[in-house]
Design a protein around this ligand. Structure first.
Ligand code: SAH
Length: 385
């Protein structure tokens, strides 16, 4: 993949930005190439690989938009670093990002300029305004704006917030996140809610989810529902099973499966995500699920040492995939089925080889396109003992 790009008429940033790897070619061709890519990496381990489930409308699908602030001559700009560099490219619109989010970022950039706020300088470590993150609940239309600053000081804060709300009444909450470290990580540990509840909600498969600034949430809400439906089907639940939802984030997959399971245990490392997950169980009145804030591998090892078992392990690790220790820990719970939700076929392939050694064979894979015009492709893979 990666041959072909948007024309500069479609996207003026195409030669510099690097976020889209694929451009103007026909979307069906992109899906076919993505299937080939999946076959290339997991074909050896998986008996059947289905066609990629594509998007209905492959534009402006990203519900989470991030930009970094900078200064070019005397003007405040917001944009992204050119791939692999520290060169800021100002971006005012994007074909794959939510358009409302782009408009809000533009306004905030103008407000920083008119309020004469200091823009953070990565090289000197001085200045205030660092990043902006906008998240939108695709079905609720709630919008979270996170302003990342280098210190807790925020001159004219109240006036700034009032002005932003006046210009964008669609914003439902604004959070200041303080990141005083010289790091490539966007968010720091400290947070202050400036307006609204500090989180937004979204609805997936009829369930309402709360998501906080640092919690992981799939960026393409429409395709997430396609993905989760496949994962639920793949789990083959009958109402009695003990299910593990490893790498559970705010609990979305486990909660969507809970009606068909006996009991679900969600395991997640990020504290804020676990708080969201617990709140989400209460919000949807689900009682056969509980969440633990732990490393998934360590927790499953402890379970197995106590003699606990699981019928189905669902896992949805980050792009870097899982680890051999995780695979062994999952296998030690003796599940009859493993549902692996992966966003990177390369690491999925590596992990399937580990599972094979533990006696689990990949039966079917369902690729789902969550990220049109990029090289990324998501997959639900069913493994059986
Ligand atoms: N299943 C969720 C989240 C998937 S993203 C969803 O569909 O929304 C992967 C998640 O794994 C992130 O929330 C991350 O914080 C978590 N994570 C990363 N390493 C982990 C580990 N070792 N143990 C448990 N969770 C981990």
């Amino acid at each position: 993949m990666g041959n072909g790009a948007w024309t500069t008429e479609q996207c003026p940033y195409v030669t510099r930005c690097g976020a889209c790897h694929i451009g103007e070619k026909c979307y069906e061709d992109e899906l076919a190439e993505k299937k080939e890519y999946v076959i290339q990496h997991i074909g050896k381990y998986c008996s059947q690989i289905h066609d990629v489930a594509g998007m209905y409308y492959p534009y402006h699908y990203r519900n989470k938009v991030h930009a970094v602030f900078g200064k070019i001559r005397d003007s405040v700009v917001a944009g992204t670093y050119a791939e692999g560099t520290h060169t800021l490219i100002p971006i005012s619109s994007c074909l794959i990002e939510d358009a409302q989010a782009s408009a809000i970022i533009k306004t905030v950039t103008q407000l920083i300029q008119s309020f004469k706020l200091w823009v953070y300088n990565e090289d000197t470590g001085r200045g205030l305004m660092r990043h902006i993150l906008v998240r939108k609940g695709a079905s609720t239309k709630q919008i979270l704006v996170v302003l990342v600053t280098a210190s807790s000081e925020f001159p004219h804060k109240n006036h700034f917030v009032a002005e932003l709300r006046r210009l964008h009444p669609e914003i439902t909450t604004i959070v200041q996140n303080i990141n005083d470290r010289q790091t490539t990580m966007v968010l720091g540990d400290q947070e202050r809610t400036l307006f609204g509840p500090g989180y937004i909600e979204d609805v997936l498969l009829g369930m309402r989810f709360r998501l906080s600034p640092s919690s992981f949430y799939q960026v393409n809400s429409a395709q997430t529902q396609v993905l989760y439906k496949k994962a639920i089907q793949a789990a083959g639940l009958t109402g009695k099973e003990r299910v593990i939802d490893a790498y559970c984030g705010i609990g979305t997959i486990g909660l969507c499966m809970s009606a068909k399971a006996g009991h679900v245990t969600g395991i997640e490392l990020n504290k804020q995500a676990v708080q969201d997950a617990k709140a989400n169980a209460r919000r949807n009145d689900i009682n056969n699920i509980h969440f633990v804030n732990a490393d998934a591998t360590e927790y499953m090892i402890r379970m197995s040492q106590k003699g606990d078992r699981a019928d189905v392990v669902v896992m949805d690790p980050p792009r870097s995939g899982s680890t051999e220790a995780f695979v062994k820990a999952a296998a030690s719970l003796k599940p009859s089925r493993i549902v692996y939700v992966s966003c990177e076929p390369q690491t999925l392939g590596r992990d399937l080889a580990w599972f094979q050694r533990e006696g689990y064979h990949a039966k079917e894979a369902f690729p789902v396109d969550m990220f049109a015009f990029t090289e990324c492709i998501e997959c639900v893979c069913i493994l059986e003992q």
